[in-house]
Design a protein around this ligand. Structure first.
Ligand code: ATP
Length: 350
Protein backbone atom coordinates (compact mmCIF):
# COMPACT_ATOMS: atom_id res chain seq x y z
CA UNK A 1 0.00 0.00 0.00
CA UNK A 2 1.28 3.49 -0.86
CA UNK A 3 2.02 5.79 2.04
CA UNK A 4 -0.37 8.73 2.16
CA UNK A 5 0.75 12.18 1.14
CA UNK A 6 -0.48 13.52 4.48
CA UNK A 7 1.70 11.08 6.40
CA UNK A 8 4.71 12.13 4.33
CA UNK A 9 4.01 15.81 4.85
CA UNK A 10 3.51 15.28 8.57
CA UNK A 11 6.91 13.63 8.80
CA UNK A 12 8.49 16.43 6.79
CA UNK A 13 6.99 19.04 9.10
CA UNK A 14 9.52 17.85 11.68
CA UNK A 15 12.36 19.11 9.45
CA UNK A 16 13.08 22.71 10.21
CA UNK A 17 15.29 25.10 8.36
CA UNK A 18 17.62 25.91 11.26
CA UNK A 19 18.01 29.55 10.22
CA UNK A 20 14.39 30.32 9.37
CA UNK A 21 13.06 28.41 12.37
CA UNK A 22 10.24 27.13 10.19
CA UNK A 23 9.66 23.72 8.72
CA UNK A 24 10.32 22.78 5.11
CA UNK A 25 6.61 22.32 4.35
CA UNK A 26 5.66 25.77 5.66
CA UNK A 27 8.53 27.24 3.64
CA UNK A 28 7.11 25.73 0.45
CA UNK A 29 10.28 23.72 -0.17
CA UNK A 30 8.65 20.37 -0.91
CA UNK A 31 8.05 19.72 -4.57
CA UNK A 32 7.08 16.66 -6.64
CA UNK A 33 6.31 14.51 -3.61
CA UNK A 34 5.20 10.99 -4.45
CA UNK A 35 5.25 7.48 -3.02
CA UNK A 36 5.10 4.15 -4.75
CA UNK A 37 5.21 1.20 -2.45
CA UNK A 38 7.98 1.99 0.01
CA UNK A 39 9.73 4.35 -2.41
CA UNK A 40 9.32 8.02 -1.71
CA UNK A 41 10.45 10.65 -4.20
CA UNK A 42 10.65 14.37 -3.67
CA UNK A 43 12.50 17.50 -4.68
CA UNK A 44 13.69 19.97 -2.08
CA UNK A 45 13.47 23.47 -3.47
CA UNK A 46 16.26 25.54 -1.91
CA UNK A 47 15.99 29.28 -1.45
CA UNK A 48 19.51 29.94 -2.69
CA UNK A 49 21.42 27.50 -4.92
CA UNK A 50 24.63 27.24 -2.92
CA UNK A 51 23.28 27.21 0.62
CA UNK A 52 25.59 25.48 3.09
CA UNK A 53 22.49 24.05 4.79
CA UNK A 54 21.92 21.60 1.93
CA UNK A 55 23.68 18.61 3.53
CA UNK A 56 22.04 19.15 6.92
CA UNK A 57 18.62 19.40 5.31
CA UNK A 58 19.26 16.28 3.25
CA UNK A 59 20.22 14.30 6.35
CA UNK A 60 17.14 15.43 8.24
CA UNK A 61 14.72 14.82 5.39
CA UNK A 62 16.09 11.30 4.90
CA UNK A 63 15.90 10.60 8.62
CA UNK A 64 12.34 11.94 8.97
CA UNK A 65 11.00 10.00 6.00
CA UNK A 66 13.08 6.90 6.74
CA UNK A 67 11.49 6.69 10.19
CA UNK A 68 8.01 6.29 8.68
CA UNK A 69 6.77 2.70 8.71
CA UNK A 70 6.90 1.21 5.21
CA UNK A 71 9.44 3.63 3.71
CA UNK A 72 12.27 1.65 2.18
CA UNK A 73 13.92 4.22 -0.06
CA UNK A 74 14.03 8.02 -0.35
CA UNK A 75 14.75 9.48 -3.76
CA UNK A 76 15.74 13.05 -2.98
CA UNK A 77 16.75 15.66 -5.50
CA UNK A 78 17.37 19.39 -5.15
CA UNK A 79 16.59 22.42 -7.14
CA UNK A 80 16.71 26.09 -6.30
CA UNK A 81 14.59 28.98 -7.29
CA UNK A 82 14.36 32.50 -6.02
CA UNK A 83 10.67 33.31 -5.87
CA UNK A 84 9.53 36.50 -7.53
CA UNK A 85 7.37 39.24 -6.20
CA UNK A 86 3.82 38.96 -7.56
CA UNK A 87 3.87 42.54 -8.75
CA UNK A 88 6.75 43.38 -11.03
CA UNK A 89 7.25 46.71 -12.68
CA UNK A 90 10.74 45.81 -13.92
CA UNK A 91 10.26 42.43 -15.61
CA UNK A 92 13.86 41.19 -15.23
CA UNK A 93 14.01 41.89 -11.51
CA UNK A 94 12.36 39.32 -9.29
CA UNK A 95 12.60 41.24 -6.03
CA UNK A 96 13.43 44.75 -4.93
CA UNK A 97 14.56 44.95 -1.32
CA UNK A 98 14.99 48.32 0.36
CA UNK A 99 17.57 48.71 3.10
CA UNK A 100 16.78 51.53 5.46
CA UNK A 101 17.70 52.91 8.83
CA UNK A 102 16.38 55.57 11.13
CA UNK A 103 19.64 57.24 12.02
CA UNK A 104 22.70 57.84 9.87
CA UNK A 105 25.98 56.11 10.59
CA UNK A 106 24.51 52.89 11.99
CA UNK A 107 26.25 50.86 9.29
CA UNK A 108 23.35 50.49 6.88
CA UNK A 109 25.56 50.79 3.80
CA UNK A 110 28.11 48.36 5.21
CA UNK A 111 25.38 45.85 5.96
CA UNK A 112 23.81 46.36 2.51
CA UNK A 113 27.17 45.75 0.80
CA UNK A 114 27.77 42.58 2.79
CA UNK A 115 24.26 41.28 2.16
CA UNK A 116 24.55 41.90 -1.58
CA UNK A 117 27.92 40.15 -1.78
CA UNK A 118 26.62 37.30 0.44
CA UNK A 119 23.60 36.69 -1.76
CA UNK A 120 25.93 36.54 -4.76
CA UNK A 121 28.09 34.00 -2.89
CA UNK A 122 24.91 31.96 -2.32
CA UNK A 123 24.49 31.76 -6.09
CA UNK A 124 21.86 34.47 -6.59
CA UNK A 125 21.89 37.16 -9.28
CA UNK A 126 22.23 40.41 -7.36
CA UNK A 127 22.16 44.13 -8.04
CA UNK A 128 22.83 46.95 -5.62
CA UNK A 129 21.54 50.45 -6.14
CA UNK A 130 23.19 53.02 -3.90
CA UNK A 131 20.55 55.69 -3.42
CA UNK A 132 22.08 57.06 -0.22
CA UNK A 133 22.39 60.68 -1.29
CA UNK A 134 23.93 61.70 2.04
CA UNK A 135 26.79 59.25 1.97
CA UNK A 136 26.99 57.14 -1.17
CA UNK A 137 29.69 54.67 -0.17
CA UNK A 138 28.96 51.53 -2.16
CA UNK A 139 31.34 52.40 -5.01
CA UNK A 140 34.18 52.56 -2.49
CA UNK A 141 33.19 49.31 -0.77
CA UNK A 142 33.06 47.55 -4.14
CA UNK A 143 36.29 49.13 -5.37
CA UNK A 144 34.65 50.78 -8.38
CA UNK A 145 35.06 54.33 -7.14
CA UNK A 146 35.68 56.85 -9.89
CA UNK A 147 34.85 54.36 -12.63
CA UNK A 148 32.85 55.95 -15.41
CA UNK A 149 29.51 54.47 -16.27
CA UNK A 150 29.00 53.40 -19.87
CA UNK A 151 25.77 53.40 -21.83
CA UNK A 152 24.46 50.87 -24.33
CA UNK A 153 23.11 51.68 -27.83
CA UNK A 154 19.76 52.68 -26.37
CA UNK A 155 21.46 55.08 -23.95
CA UNK A 156 20.69 52.86 -21.00
CA UNK A 157 23.27 52.75 -18.20
CA UNK A 158 25.42 49.65 -17.90
CA UNK A 159 25.98 48.97 -14.19
CA UNK A 160 29.45 48.43 -12.78
CA UNK A 161 30.26 45.00 -11.45
CA UNK A 162 32.39 43.45 -8.74
CA UNK A 163 32.23 40.41 -6.46
CA UNK A 164 29.31 39.08 -8.52
CA UNK A 165 27.19 42.17 -7.80
CA UNK A 166 25.95 44.66 -10.39
CA UNK A 167 26.24 48.08 -8.90
CA UNK A 168 25.17 51.62 -9.57
CA UNK A 169 25.67 54.44 -7.16
CA UNK A 170 24.25 57.90 -7.28
CA UNK A 171 27.92 58.84 -6.79
CA UNK A 172 28.65 57.52 -10.28
CA UNK A 173 26.22 60.03 -11.78
CA UNK A 174 27.07 63.26 -10.03
CA UNK A 175 29.93 65.11 -8.40
CA UNK A 176 30.55 64.39 -4.75
CA UNK A 177 27.99 66.03 -2.50
CA UNK A 178 25.87 67.42 -5.35
CA UNK A 179 22.89 65.19 -4.70
CA UNK A 180 22.67 66.50 -1.15
CA UNK A 181 20.80 69.58 -2.22
CA UNK A 182 18.31 67.70 -4.37
CA UNK A 183 14.70 67.60 -3.40
CA UNK A 184 11.59 65.70 -4.52
CA UNK A 185 11.27 65.94 -8.32
CA UNK A 186 14.97 65.74 -9.15
CA UNK A 187 15.50 62.84 -6.78
CA UNK A 188 12.47 61.14 -8.25
CA UNK A 189 13.85 61.60 -11.77
CA UNK A 190 17.29 60.29 -10.85
CA UNK A 191 15.90 57.29 -9.04
CA UNK A 192 13.68 56.55 -12.05
CA UNK A 193 16.75 56.60 -14.27
CA UNK A 194 18.75 54.35 -11.94
CA UNK A 195 15.91 51.87 -11.65
CA UNK A 196 14.37 51.90 -15.09
CA UNK A 197 17.02 53.05 -17.53
CA UNK A 198 19.70 50.70 -16.33
CA UNK A 199 20.64 47.43 -17.97
CA UNK A 200 20.10 45.32 -14.86
CA UNK A 201 19.43 42.15 -16.84
CA UNK A 202 17.92 39.25 -14.91
CA UNK A 203 18.22 39.74 -11.16
CA UNK A 204 16.95 37.68 -8.26
CA UNK A 205 17.40 40.62 -5.88
CA UNK A 206 17.99 44.30 -6.38
CA UNK A 207 18.99 45.77 -3.02
CA UNK A 208 18.45 49.50 -2.65
CA UNK A 209 20.64 51.26 -0.10
CA UNK A 210 18.41 54.12 1.04
CA UNK A 211 19.46 57.32 2.77
CA UNK A 212 18.84 57.22 6.53
CA UNK A 213 15.48 58.48 7.77
CA UNK A 214 12.17 58.94 6.06
CA UNK A 215 12.69 61.35 3.18
CA UNK A 216 11.93 61.80 -0.50
CA UNK A 217 13.97 58.85 -1.79
CA UNK A 218 11.98 56.41 0.34
CA UNK A 219 8.71 57.85 -0.90
CA UNK A 220 9.83 57.87 -4.53
CA UNK A 221 10.98 54.27 -4.38
CA UNK A 222 7.65 53.05 -3.07
CA UNK A 223 5.82 55.05 -5.75
CA UNK A 224 8.05 53.93 -8.62
CA UNK A 225 8.21 50.18 -8.15
CA UNK A 226 6.59 47.47 -6.07
CA UNK A 227 9.08 46.71 -3.30
CA UNK A 228 9.08 43.11 -2.06
CA UNK A 229 10.12 44.31 1.36
CA UNK A 230 12.38 46.47 3.46
CA UNK A 231 15.06 45.61 5.92
CA UNK A 232 15.85 47.90 8.84
CA UNK A 233 19.35 48.37 10.17
CA UNK A 234 19.84 49.79 13.64
CA UNK A 235 22.31 49.93 16.48
CA UNK A 236 21.15 49.06 19.99
CA UNK A 237 21.05 52.60 21.41
CA UNK A 238 17.74 54.12 22.39
CA UNK A 239 18.19 57.06 20.00
CA UNK A 240 18.78 54.74 17.05
CA UNK A 241 15.80 52.61 18.04
CA UNK A 242 13.54 55.65 18.32
CA UNK A 243 14.45 56.61 14.77
CA UNK A 244 14.15 53.10 13.39
CA UNK A 245 10.62 52.97 14.74
CA UNK A 246 9.86 56.03 12.62
CA UNK A 247 11.35 54.38 9.55
CA UNK A 248 9.28 51.28 10.30
CA UNK A 249 6.10 53.36 10.49
CA UNK A 250 6.93 55.04 7.18
CA UNK A 251 7.39 51.70 5.40
CA UNK A 252 4.08 50.50 6.77
CA UNK A 253 2.33 53.67 5.64
CA UNK A 254 3.73 53.29 2.14
CA UNK A 255 2.66 49.61 2.08
CA UNK A 256 6.19 48.22 1.98
CA UNK A 257 6.33 45.02 4.05
CA UNK A 258 9.15 45.01 6.59
CA UNK A 259 11.16 41.78 6.32
CA UNK A 260 13.19 42.15 9.49
CA UNK A 261 15.77 44.00 11.50
CA UNK A 262 19.55 43.73 11.64
CA UNK A 263 21.26 44.96 14.77
CA UNK A 264 24.66 46.31 13.81
CA UNK A 265 27.43 47.16 16.25
CA UNK A 266 25.53 44.91 18.64
CA UNK A 267 28.52 44.27 20.89
CA UNK A 268 32.28 44.17 21.01
CA UNK A 269 33.82 40.71 21.35
CA UNK A 270 36.50 40.82 24.06
CA UNK A 271 39.61 38.66 23.78
CA UNK A 272 38.46 36.49 26.72
CA UNK A 273 35.35 35.49 24.76
CA UNK A 274 32.92 37.72 26.64
CA UNK A 275 30.93 40.50 25.03
CA UNK A 276 30.94 44.17 25.83
CA UNK A 277 27.54 45.63 24.92
CA UNK A 278 28.91 49.08 24.25
CA UNK A 279 25.65 50.54 22.98
CA UNK A 280 23.31 48.57 25.25
CA UNK A 281 22.03 45.05 25.00
CA UNK A 282 19.13 43.56 23.07
CA UNK A 283 17.47 46.81 21.98
CA UNK A 284 16.75 45.69 18.43
CA UNK A 285 15.41 42.38 19.65
CA UNK A 286 12.96 44.08 21.99
CA UNK A 287 11.82 46.41 19.18
CA UNK A 288 11.47 43.48 16.77
CA UNK A 289 9.54 41.39 19.26
CA UNK A 290 7.17 44.25 20.01
CA UNK A 291 6.43 44.66 16.29
CA UNK A 292 6.41 40.95 15.43
CA UNK A 293 9.52 41.25 13.23
CA UNK A 294 12.41 38.86 12.69
CA UNK A 295 15.93 39.75 13.79
CA UNK A 296 18.10 38.64 10.89
CA UNK A 297 21.37 39.07 12.70
CA UNK A 298 23.34 40.73 15.45
CA UNK A 299 26.60 41.93 13.97
CA UNK A 300 29.37 42.95 16.38
CA UNK A 301 31.43 46.09 16.10
CA UNK A 302 34.74 44.96 14.76
CA UNK A 303 37.67 46.69 13.15
CA UNK A 304 37.73 44.03 10.40
CA UNK A 305 34.25 45.04 9.20
CA UNK A 306 35.32 48.66 8.73
CA UNK A 307 38.74 47.86 7.33
CA UNK A 308 37.30 45.49 4.75
CA UNK A 309 34.74 48.05 3.57
CA UNK A 310 37.28 50.87 3.49
CA UNK A 311 39.66 48.58 1.64
CA UNK A 312 37.23 48.03 -1.21
CA UNK A 313 35.77 44.62 -0.37
CA UNK A 314 32.89 43.82 1.98
CA UNK A 315 34.01 41.54 4.83
CA UNK A 316 32.14 38.54 3.38
CA UNK A 317 34.44 38.83 0.35
CA UNK A 318 37.62 39.84 2.19
CA UNK A 319 37.36 37.16 4.90
CA UNK A 320 34.36 34.96 4.05
CA UNK A 321 35.00 32.38 6.76
CA UNK A 322 35.55 34.82 9.65
CA UNK A 323 32.89 34.68 12.38
CA UNK A 324 31.52 38.15 11.60
CA UNK A 325 31.33 37.35 7.89
CA UNK A 326 29.47 34.16 8.80
CA UNK A 327 26.96 36.21 10.81
CA UNK A 328 26.44 38.50 7.82
CA UNK A 329 26.11 35.58 5.41
CA UNK A 330 23.61 33.95 7.70
CA UNK A 331 21.62 37.22 7.81
CA UNK A 332 21.60 37.23 4.00
CA UNK A 333 20.22 33.68 3.89
CA UNK A 334 17.50 34.60 6.37
CA UNK A 335 16.71 37.66 4.26
CA UNK A 336 16.34 35.38 1.23
CA UNK A 337 14.03 33.20 3.31
CA UNK A 338 11.96 36.19 4.39
CA UNK A 339 11.61 37.24 0.74
CA UNK A 340 10.42 33.74 -0.06
CA UNK A 341 7.85 33.82 2.75
CA UNK A 342 6.69 37.27 1.74
CA UNK A 343 6.15 36.14 -1.85
CA UNK A 344 4.26 33.07 -0.64
CA UNK A 345 2.04 35.22 1.55
CA UNK A 346 0.88 37.45 -1.27
CA UNK A 347 0.18 34.61 -3.68
CA UNK A 348 -3.28 35.17 -5.09
CA UNK A 349 -5.86 32.70 -3.83
CA UNK A 350 -6.90 30.54 -6.79
N1 ATP B 1 29.92 46.25 12.47
C1 ATP B 1 30.80 47.23 12.28
N2 ATP B 1 32.00 47.23 12.90
C2 ATP B 1 32.89 48.24 12.71
N3 ATP B 1 32.68 49.28 11.92
C3 ATP B 1 31.51 49.35 11.27
C4 ATP B 1 30.51 48.33 11.41
N4 ATP B 1 29.47 48.67 10.61
C5 ATP B 1 29.79 49.82 10.03
N5 ATP B 1 31.01 50.25 10.42
C6 ATP B 1 31.70 51.48 10.03
O1 ATP B 1 30.90 52.57 10.48
C7 ATP B 1 30.93 53.63 9.54
C8 ATP B 1 29.52 53.99 9.10
O2 ATP B 1 29.01 52.88 8.37
P1 ATP B 1 28.09 53.06 7.09
O3 ATP B 1 28.61 54.09 6.17
O4 ATP B 1 27.84 51.70 6.57
O5 ATP B 1 26.79 53.61 7.82
P2 ATP B 1 25.44 54.17 7.22
O6 ATP B 1 24.39 53.86 8.22
O7 ATP B 1 25.22 53.67 5.86
O8 ATP B 1 25.79 55.68 7.20
P3 ATP B 1 25.08 56.85 6.37
O9 ATP B 1 23.84 57.10 7.07
O10 ATP B 1 26.04 57.96 6.50
O11 ATP B 1 24.91 56.39 4.99
C9 ATP B 1 31.84 53.17 8.41
O12 ATP B 1 33.12 53.63 8.61
C10 ATP B 1 31.81 51.64 8.53
O13 ATP B 1 32.99 51.04 8.04
Amino acid sequence: MDISREALLDALRAVRDPEMRRDVVALGMIRALSAEGGRVALTLNLTTPKTPLKEALEREVRAALGALPGVTHVDLSFDAEVSASQQRELPGIKNIVAIGSGKGGVGKSTVAANLAASLALEGAAVGLLDADIYGPSQAKMFAVEGKRLMADDEKRIIPLRNYGVKLISIANLVEDGQALTWRGPILHGTLTQLLKQTVWGELDYLLVDLPPGTGDVQLSLSQLVPVTGALLVTTPQDVALMDVRRAYTMFRKTHVPVLGVIENMAYYALPDGTRDYIFGEGGARRFAEAEGLEVLGEIPINRAVREAGDGGAPLVVAAPESPDAQALRRAARILAGQVRLQNMMVLPVL
